[in-house]
Design a protein around this ligand. Sequence first.
Ligand code: NAP
Ligand code: MG
Length: 483
Amino acid sequence: MDVREQLFIGGEWVAPDGKGAIEVISPHTEETIGSVPDASPADMDRAVAAARQAFDDGPWPRMMAAERAEGIKRLSAALQSRAADIADIISSENGSPKSWSLMGQVFSATMVLDTYAGLATNFQFEDHRTGALGSPVVVRRAPVGVVAGIIPWNVPLFIMALKLGPAMAAGCPIVLKPAPETPLDAYLLADAILEADLPPGVINIVAAGRETGEHLVRHPGIDKVSFTGSTAVGKHIGEICGGSLKRLTLELGGKSAAIVLDDVQLDDAMLGNLVTSGVMNNGQVCGAQSRILVSKKRYDEVVDALGSTLGALPVGDPLDEVTQIGPLVAKRQQERVFGFLEAGKAAGAKAVIGGNGMPAHLDKGWYVEPTVFRDVTNDMKIAREEIFGPVLSVIPYDDEAEAIKIANDSDYGLCGSVWTSDAEHGAAVAAQVRTGVVAINSSMILDFNAPFGGFKQSGIGRELGPEGIDAYTEYQTIILPAG
Ligand code: NAP
Ligand code: MG
């Protein structure tokens, strides 16, 4: 049992004001594996005050960006030295398979921090221009202020890094609110922050329930909210931020399409990547390519190959090295995905593999049998809504123009991919897809050096690349006297 009794505020461990606890339950054993304090609004006020002080009076926003970059690098190194422990804790909390979590949950996060350390060093925080009347003008990128980072449970450390990297680069203190399913890994992040020796209040970590989380979003001491999670909650947070014109970044859900073109070569590597793009992290990824669009000419062949590739992945204990598909994060998510399986069958989709619910060889844990549905049309619930589980829907198309139309017929616009023997043609198809990121012949859903984020209801704003730092700054123009 990993029982934590303190909160990380102002660079130190403090006793909570809140009396409650958040219990963390293993999705594999369904038993409690730890608990953390359930922070109260008064705790959140303390965290915002510490971040506010770090911004208004502390050294952090006033340092050279290169000095802050050194701090980011120290944090990354301190996380790297704890990588195996953090990966195991995250796998225990959310069921992410250990075979994926070391890279997907931890090193991906430290690589994001290292990327931002480099970007911070090169970012142009000041531009000197000649004004319209000939006097010199300085255009500054001032830090946006104190940030609230609201974190989901699917890739918790990685998403915290997506907020920490640009906030630290720009000079913004932050209050992180982990999800109640995954608060334990954030305690190792706090240990790493202490080791990195950052000024007090630059990063504060306060796990809390929904009301206290919303208290943070509404807090007048917060200048910007950066939220990753469901589209429904994102819209609600957007409304709250609209009321006080708080700056806002929203990374929300998706229903991304993998477009398999006629000329694709089916081999094990290609099929492995295609399946990975749909079910990585047990399908609990915002950029999951859960719609696979396949031409009628190659339909049966591709459907069968997808069934055998997904069907061969070992399902079970996330801490077992051989596991490729673990349990879903919570019973409510398992039940939700079971509901999608029923909805798919009721609408006439046929399960090539799976489709029944619980895998036959398991009797506990929040598992869902990996499923490939064929004969899916884009108007079915399974093709329209984010499932967040190991379920692939294969949709037939007549020609390329129809494939692009189906890909774009979605409320979402986050990611996508094109699979082809002609990469140049694939890129031309990609440019017609209305989503933030499209990869050719790859399961990559983002590149650390380039903007990541959604069109349509997949979000507002971008993370990563220099554009990621932009979102944590305000333009400020200083007009100097002539001469
Ligand atoms: P969620 O409700 O959107 O939660 C994400 C985060 O927001 C959690 O920390 C959550 O804490 C917090 N939150 C919720 N309501 C809030 C409010 N009013 N004010 C401040 N913070 C608030 O996600 P979920 O319920 O855990 O998952 C549901 C669905 O969301 C999934 O099935 C999936 O479709 C989608 N999802 C998407 C992503 C993504 O990366 N795009 C990630 C996770 C989930 P509480 O849990 O305490 O409310
Ligand atoms: Mg939740």
